[in-house]
Design a protein. Structure first.
Length: 74
């Protein structure tokens, strides 16, 4: 798995689905701020989600770098 090969330890993982109300609550801070808000909501509840707990030195910064930009065109 590429995540483990990049040096991350996956200490927990769960697959689940969310309904629109819960997704809207999750993304509430982006409502009216991000023009793609509606698309983000639709994408999140359109199928299963996978949540992972990862461990590494400075995992947030390192994992964001590993994933690349949110908009690969920019």
């Amino acid at each position: 798995m590429a995540i483990r090969d990049a040096g991350f330890e996956i200490s927990a993982m769960q697959m689940f689905s969310m309904d629109r109300v819960n997704v809207e609550e999750f993304y509430e801070v982006y409502k009216g701020v991000v023009s793609e808000y509606n698309e983000m909501v639709t994408e999140m509840y359109s199928g299963p989600c996978v949540a992972m707990e990862i461990q590494q030195n400075n995992p947030t910064k390192t994992f964001r770098e590993f994933c690349g930009p949110a908009d690969p065109v920019s």
